[in-house]
Design a binder for this molecule. Structure first.
Ligand SMILES: [Zn+2]
Length: 357
């Protein structure tokens, strides 16, 4: 069964009925099925029963590839893709309204919440929960309205183009996906990649911290392509000394690290001397200037510094032709059927690594 299903993935046959027919008509399928002709219901039942085991099969394929010297986990490109969910926004309602209809729906809601959220996490009254796919999230795109999507994340080994990690993000944003991706690679292969290559959607403090924790070098853009140079802030004209943690304004004033504001995590840097220029955000009574720096700004500076290291710009450019074709192939090859049918939703473990050569 596994052979038949996996081979089905590689040639674009996913539905149980089509697999049944293939086992009757197609020589390759007949051979793999040992000349048996399983009924489509058997495929359905097999998938349902072995959902968890199938995840392990995909991880094993990557382990095998690693044993053969492929998928070294040198540089892994991470990207996300919004896949349409098999649910209708018209069939979702706000949690607030659900509560109003509590009597009839109570049991259903409880089951739904358990599935939709991490245990213990409060749900906002307005949060839309789709009925059919609890992991789908509402996503609005200009001109296209709102629809339910999965934010599917895939990590692709850039050398071998093998998918080494996948998960469904809990948010439509990619911003927090790096941490779970690195954890999954650590769990599955006992080590994280050397480098994580990602676009500006990941260029934030969380990604930087996740990479530091796992001793991974993040090769990450901080601005969307085509938007370079846009919206340069006051601080962008400052230079930053990483070793001493100080900023220098264009007029040569030195701002030393002073304190971190507990309420928002912003860091205050105070000038050594009384300032004459307008670079500081405000001045204290003694005439010294203070700049407040968002932690994200420091993260961006760090990403830019790393991007400037030898070979990293070139590596980042290669990301585009590594990870994006993977999503292209998945969408082309699998079409709408791909949406949720494979092997469970939370993991979408149906990402067949071998689809990518
Ligand atoms: Zn200045």
């Amino acid at each position: 069964m596994v052979k038949v299903i996996l081979y089905g993935f590689t040639v674009g046959i996913f539905s149980s009925r089509k697999l049944q027919r293939a086992c009757q008509e197609n020589l390759a399928f007949k051979y793999l099925a040992g000349m048996e002709t399983p009924a489509f219901k058997t495929f359905i039942e097999f998938r349902r029963r072995h959902r968890e085991d199938m995840k392990a099969v995909f991880v094993s394929t990557v382990k095998l590839a690693r044993a053969l010297g492929l998928a070294r986990l040198g540089a892994v490109a991470l990207d996300g893709c919004k896949l349409g969910a098999n649910t209708s926004k018209h069939k979702a309602m706000s949690y607030g309204r659900m509560q109003e209809e509590e009597r009839g729906l109570k049991a259903e809601i409880e089951g739904m919440l358990k599935k939709a959220e991490h245990p213990g996490e409060p749900i906002e009254g307005k949060k839309q929960i789709p009925f059919a796919d609890h992991d789908a999230r509402c996503h609005s795109k200009k001109g296209e309205g709102t629809e339910y999507v999965y934010n599917a994340q895939a990590g692709v080994d850039m050398e071998s183009r093998i998918i080494v990690e996948n998960h469904i993000e809990d948010s439509v944003q990619d911003a927090h996906a790096a941490g779970p991706a690195l954890e999954n690679m650590e769990r599955d292969f006992g080590q994280p990649p050397e480098k994580l290559v990602a676009d500006a959607g990941y260029g934030n403090k969380d990604t930087l911290e996740a990479c530091r924790e796992n001793e991974v070098t993040p090769v990450c853009a901080t601005r969307r392509e085509g938007k370079e140079g846009a919206q340069a802030g006051k601080l962008d004209s400052f230079s930053y000394e990483r070793g001493e943690d100080l900023f220098v304004c264009p007029h040569g004033q030195v701002f030393d690290s002073d304190h971190e504001r507990p309420k928002d995590g912003k860091r205050a840097y105070r000038s050594r001397e009384v300032v004459a220029c307008e670079c500081s955000h405000y001045r204290t009574a003694d005439g010294r200037g203070v700049i407040t720096v968002h932690p994200g700004h420091l993260a961006k500076r760090e990403f830019n510094r790393i991007m400037g290291e030898a070979g990293h710009k070139e590596l980042y450019r290669r990301r585009k032709c590594t990870v994006e074709p993977v999503f292209g192939q998945i969408e082309d090859g699998m079409g709408r059927w791909w949406r949720i049918r494979c092997f469970g939703r939370r993991s979408l473990a149906g990402w067949p690594p071998m689809l990518n050569y």
